[in-house]
Write a protein that binds this ligand. Structure first.
Ligand code: C2E
Ligand code: CA
Ligand code: CA
Ligand code: CA
Length: 275
């Protein structure tokens, strides 16, 4: 399989002056991006380690700018958060991901990222309930991914929101595990259904003893807490083999597929059906 469509982000200059001008320009254009249909969701496969079977997809947002081309979420999500536009974009992401997943066979799930700003509002459970109702997607097929930084500002409030989400029947995953400074205490305070090990640790698997140790401990921790662990950023068969040996049940990464447009994700679903 050759180059995949639509994943060549343009790289902007990092010179600071240019960057702030660039940010301001992004903020103006972003306001209309959602209404003008310039946002796209790409779907990255999540696979079972033992069988390599497809389990579902993580939805990742991209902005197809008419002049600048495909813009990475790393560029515009921070701007969306600063300007409050993340609420509208987040709602669009939820609705679109649920609509798309509702067309897939029942055994496939969809994971959606939710930022700190969204978690800080009271409206998130309502938005999720509405996306589920409009799409007809079973709540058990939706997973909300939150990071530690997303729950750190007002933990009590974030916990309330997470409980309300779980009440709806959706599952909640802890994203980027191990990169924050209180991953363990966050894990203790929140009833997560999944732990996603950050790709930082997977990257050096095989050449660093430390990352193997961290990964092994996280998998053990998940097992003793009864929380499944997924490893992110798996790019090689060697990494997959180590993760499998360590007992990691699920993986996500370029080895199984990049984030890709809906039509290409559907091809992966068809292929999986033929296995
Ligand atoms: P994330 O949630 O940690 O998503 C995983 C990122 O790792 C994605 O980058 C994905 O393309 C990349 N990735 C996956 N597998 C591999 C691999 O094997 N190797 C390497 N080198 N990279 C891999 P992406 O799509 O650029 O997204 C970056 C971040 O933007 C996400 O990190 C997430 O924090 C944020 N984001 C994306 N979509 C949304 C969204 O809809 N809402 C919010 N709030 N944030 C989003
Ligand atoms: Ca994520
Ligand atoms: Ca992640
Ligand atoms: Ca990340």
């Amino acid at each position: 399989c050759g180059k995949q469509a639509g994943e060549d982000f343009i790289i902007f200059s990092s010179k600071m002056e240019e960057e702030s001008r660039h940010r301001a320009a992004i903020a103006i254009d972003l306001r209309s991006a959602a209404q003008n249909g310039q946002l796209e969701l790409h779907y990255q496969p999540q696979n079972e380690t033992a069988t390599r079977g497809l389990q579902g997809f993580e939805a990742l947002v991209r902005w197809r700018h008419p002049e600048h081309g495909l813009i990475s979420p790393v560029e515009f999500i921070p701007v969306a958060e600063e300007t409050g536009l993340i609420l509208e974009i987040g709602r669009w992401v939820l609705n679109t991901a649920c609509m798309t997943a509702a067309k897939w066979p029942d055994r496939f799930s969809v994971a959606v990222n939710v930022s700190a700003f969204q978690l800080a509002q009271d409206t998130l459970p309502l938005q999720v309930a509405s996306a589920l109702a409009k799409s007809g997607l079973a709540p058990s097929r939706l997973e909300i991914e939150i990071t530690e930084s997303g729950v750190i500002t007002d933990q009590a409030h974030a916990l309330e929101i997470v409980m309300a989400l779980k009440e709806l029947g959706v599952s909640v995953a802890m994203d980027d595990f191990g990169t924050g400074y209180s991953s363990l205490s966050t894990l203790q305070s929140f009833p997560f259904d999944k732990i996603k090990i950050d790709r930082e640790f997977v990257k050096s698997l095989g050449d660093s003893q430390q990352s193997s140790a961290i990964i092994r401990s996280t998998i053990l921790l998940g097992a003793s807490l009864g929380i499944p662990v997924l490893a992110e950023g798996v790019e090689t068969e060697e990494q997959l083999a180590i993760l499998k040996m360590e007992g990691c049940k699920a993986v996500q990464g370029y080895l199984f597929g990049r984030p890709q447009p809906e039509a290409e994700a559907e091809r992966l679903i068809d292929l999986d059906g033929q296995r």
